[in-house]
Design a protein around this ligand. Structure first.
Ligand code: CO
Length: 134
């Protein structure tokens, strides 16, 4: 069911410093920051030949990643995103197998303007999983 690794998301305390690490130290292709107010995050994308790294920083008072940064002040890996062909079919299959879908279970529009869902980390080896319809 899962396809390509779309991105790995890393929460960072300082987007400028993190962008410099990925651009200057690692030599990556780094985008300008993009605010996504409806998701409560500012994102920077690092384009790699086979996938992307998404640097995330909280935006606004009710950011869903604010608590993560409190608990991980130096930042850390937040989620992995796998592509699926049909997100509703994937959701229904996973739910039938007992996996928990976060939120109301309905796909939302993600950072790449495609439908996404998040799966409970306890059901997936301690890792928050995002599914994105390819
Ligand atoms: Co993501």
């Amino acid at each position: 069911m899962i396809g390509r690794l779309n991105h790995v998301a890393i929460v960072v305390p300082d987007l400028k410093a993190a962008s410099a690490v990925y651009r200057d130290t690692l030599g990556g292709k780094v985008s300008a920051p993009v605010d996504l107010p409806e998701h409560g995050v500012t994102t920077v994308f690092v384009e790699l030949p086979n996938t992307k790294i998404e640097l995330l920083h909280p935006l606004g008072a009710k950011s869903p990643i604010a608590r993560f940064l409190e608990q991980n002040p130096s930042g850390g890996m937040h989620h992995v995103c796998y592509e699926v062909d049909d997100i509703l079919a994937a959701r229904d299959k996973l739910k039938a197998q007992g996996a928990r879908v976060l939120g109301d279970g309905e796909p939302r529009t993600g950072a790449h303007n495609k439908p996404v869902l998040f799966l409970h980390p306890k059901d997936f080896c301690g890792t928050l999983v995002e599914l994105e319809q390819a």
